[in-house]
Design a protein around this ligand. Structure first.
Ligand code: NAD
Ligand code: DAU
Length: 332
């Protein structure tokens, strides 16, 4: 199979490329990535010389580049997106461009070259927040942040292309990812790296918000499973059932690093901070996929990885990253 992975220099895209190259030694992968602040070729150093892997720097909104690559592959798996909720609150336009127009551009190419499948990597955030119960694949889209609204726009275009042009498209809604190579602005790597740097951790509100978490390897196996066994035209939730408050996770990280709760700084809440995400993933599980890792083990593995890979994350926490932090708190 020849895959075009978009956003493959980001966190989960790079983990997926590594996973596929290892598991399927005859698959060819083209990685199209704009290399925004979140894209990092260091994430793929170990596979860059693999003759079955090719990198192209480019924007998924650029139809010419997208067409030139799409014409050479069988399936697009699209990870490329602006992904950080706090950044979307400060600069929504980039999110609308990449997550909506970029998706439309990719769909257009998949249509033109009659691909047998297009896979859209999306999020549980499109459903909004749920106090009790779980989101199913049929839950209405009620996005609360510009990020979630932009992802919902991309997902709706997938639906419209599938229906209007009878295209074979699968959309996945996943819960929160964590693991190696996650950019250290996201909750878990930010907290681990802050503590490793001797800094405090900024917990929004009272830390009671709940997220459902999935480890990198389990998300990769879910997308692999969907790629090979998913049904075109379907939507799949990808969840683990590991629901945790942010405070619970903070305490686990503090404990693992031998730090006390005095390292927590309760800061002003994120605007429109969704209270809880929770997915009903029984549809995917009924086909035969299930997560393999236990939350606590996966979290400890992740902490160990950040401890052992300071060379990877230290350079990321400087320059523009610091400007982003100043701006984020200045406007709250
Ligand atoms: P990330 O922010 O780590 O990486 C995104 C990648 O996309 C980067 O390499 C970036 O350079 C690239 N990119 C951004 N704009 C682009 C453009 N216009 N053209 C080409 N490349 C572009 O992302 P992630 O956290 O690994 O998330 C991957 C996907 O999974 C996203 O679609 C996201 O919405 C979805 N998702 C993420 C999570 C999560 O917890 N992180 C959970 C569910 C779904
Ligand atoms: O649910 C899937 C989504 O998960 C993905 O679609 C997004 O791309 C991804 O960014 C993530 O969104 P969240 O907003 O849930 O993730 P984030 O890591 O930003 O925050 C997780 C929780 O931690 C959330 O309740 C906010 C809180 N938080 C986050 C940061 C960065 C803090 O308390 N302090 C922080 O500094």
């Amino acid at each position: 199979m020849r895959l075009l992975i978009t956003g493959g220099a980001g966190f989960m895209g790079s983990n997926f490329i590594r996973y596929i190259l290892k598991k399927y030694p005859d698959y060819k992968i083209t990685n199209l990535d704009k290399l925004t602040y979140a894209g990092n070729l260091e994430n793929l150093r170990d596979v860059e010389k693999n003759p079955l892997y090719k990198f192209t720097k480019g924007d998924i909104c650029d139809q010419k580049i997208v067409d030139s690559l799409a014409k050479e592959v069988d399936v697009i798996v699209s990870y490329a997106a602006e992904t950080h909720v706090d950044r979307s609150i400060m600069n929504p336009r980039e999110f609308a461009m990449t997550d909506v127009i970029g998706t439309q551009t990719l769909l257009e190419a998949a249509k033109k070259y009659k691909h047998p499948l297009y896979v859209q990597i999306s999020t549980d955030e499109v459903f909004g927040s749920v106090e009790s119960g779980k989101f199913t694949e049929e839950s209405p889209f009620l996005p609360n942040s510009p990020y979630a609204a932009s992802k919902a726009g991309g997902d709706l275009l997938c639906r419209a292309y599938a229906i209007t042009y009878k295209m074979p498209i699968i959309v996945t809604h996943s819960c929160n990812f964590f693991g190696q190579y996650q950019y250290p602005e996201k909750f878990i790597p930010l907290f681990i790296t802050n503590l490793l740097e001797g800094k405090k951790v900024p917990l929004y509100g009272k830390g009671g918000n709940i997220r459902e978490w999935i480890y990198t390897q389990d998300h990769c196996s879910a997308i692999d499973f969907i790629l090979h066994h998913g049904k075109a035209g379907e939507v799949y939730n990808i969840g683990t059932g590991w629901e945790k408050t942010n405070l619970e996770i903070t305490k686990l990280i503090l404990g693992a690093l031998g730090k006390g709760e005095s390292q927590i700084e309760f800061v002003k809440n994120r605007p429109a901070h969704d209270w809880r995400y929770s997915l009903d993933s029984s549809k995917l599980r009924s086909l035969g996929w299930k997560p393999k890792y236990e939350f606590k083990d996966a979290l400890l593995e992740t902490i160990k990885w950040y401890k052992n890979n300071e060379n990877w994350w230290k350079p990321l926490k400087s320059g523009d990253y610091l400007k982003y932090y100043e701006e984020q708190y200045k406007n709250r």
